[in-house]
Design a protein around this ligand. Structure first.
Ligand code: NAD
Length: 268
């Protein structure tokens, strides 16, 4: 039995779904939304890691969350988890479509169709399903806020060797967000993308790199000062602040926007 001890905050009375909530940006955003009163459904593949986020929110932050072991690219499991969230928490107001992978980094003539499709399936199909399945619940609520994690890669910068699949998905998410923002405006559902630069998370550790690329790959460690504003990579909490703003009433007139959050990295 969960007891909501937080009874105030910008998101009190709201329900949020955060995908990729087991780690990095998603975890930071889930904690931030819960601290401001939202009940948060944590969608991620890695249940153990997601349970750590759940445990932190429920037992340390005095918030309310529930972990769902779900692959965002699996339509059956997604539909079930979304509907369980709405039943449990009484609707859906905020959706942070954030789960994503770098996928395989390989030169284009070395990349297999399977590797290409896997990145598209998780990053693009996952975003599509997250939005498609939650929109009916936000329509019922008379509005909502959808935030999609894209990247400066594929939008502001094209310097990552072997990142053709990843960058394609990140550019595609922006087009998807703009089209759906227009389509959903009459329902007061806002759709925005955020484009982080390098953020200190686990994403590099899940990246597969082809042997050939290993020899010419960009350094795994970002050089100090790679973000002029931060002396290194940004932190998940920086992105969580932006997510909370876009989810809030203060962003009530912002939709279809693409917001770069990279400490000027893409300007170098
Ligand atoms: P992360 O690896 O720390 O977290 C990503 C989470 O998504 C993990 O918990 C992982 O289990 C989950 N996930 C992966 N595939 C999934 C699936 N099929 N279903 C459900 N969950 C899945 O990485 P992060 O850096 O926090 O990445 C979050 C988002 O930010 C991604 O979309 C990524 O492309 C984007 N991004 C990251 C950076 C960066 O430098 N870290 C920069 C720009 C954009």
């Amino acid at each position: 039995m969960m007891v909501n001890q937080i009874s105030h905050g910008r998101f009190f009375g709201k329900t949020a779904i955060v995908t990729g909530a087991g780690s990095g940006i998603g975890r930071a955003a889930a904690i931030r939304l819960a601290r401001e009163g939202a009940k948060v459904a944590l969608f991620d593949l890695i249940n153990e890691s997601t349970q750590k986020t759940e445990n932190f929110i429920n037992n340390v932050s005095n918030g309310v969350s529930k972990a769902f072991d779900v692959d965002v690219s699996d339509p059956v499991r997604m539909e079930k988890a979304v509907s369980e969230t709405a039943d449990l928490f009484g609707g859906i107001d905020i959706v942070f479509a954030n789960a994503g992978i770098n996928g395989t980094l390989a030169p284009i003539d070395e990349m297999s169709l399977e590797e290409w499709e896997k990145t598209l399936r998780i990053n693009l199909n996952g975003t599509f399903l997250t939005v498609k399945l939650t929109v009916p619940y936000m329509k019922e609520r008379g509005g909502g806020s959808i935030i999609i994690t894209s990247s400066i890669n594929g939008n502001d910068r094209y310097s990552g060797f072997g990142m053709s699949a990843y960058s394609t998905t990140k550019a595609g998410q922006v087009a998807f967000a703009k089209m759906t923002a227009l389509e959903l405006a009459k329902y007061k559902i806002r759709v925005n993308t955020i484009c982080p630069g390098s953020i200190s998370t686990n994403i590099e550790s899940s990246t597969e790199i082809s042997d050939e690329l290993e020899e010419i790959i960009i350094p795994v460690e970002y050089p100090e000062g790679s973000q002029p504003l931060a002396d290194g990579p940004g932190q998940p909490r920086h992105v969580a602040d932006l997510v909370a703003f876009l989810a809030s009433h203060e962003a009530a007139h912002i939709t279809g926007a693409r917001i770069v959050i990279d400490g000027a990295e893409s300007l170098l």
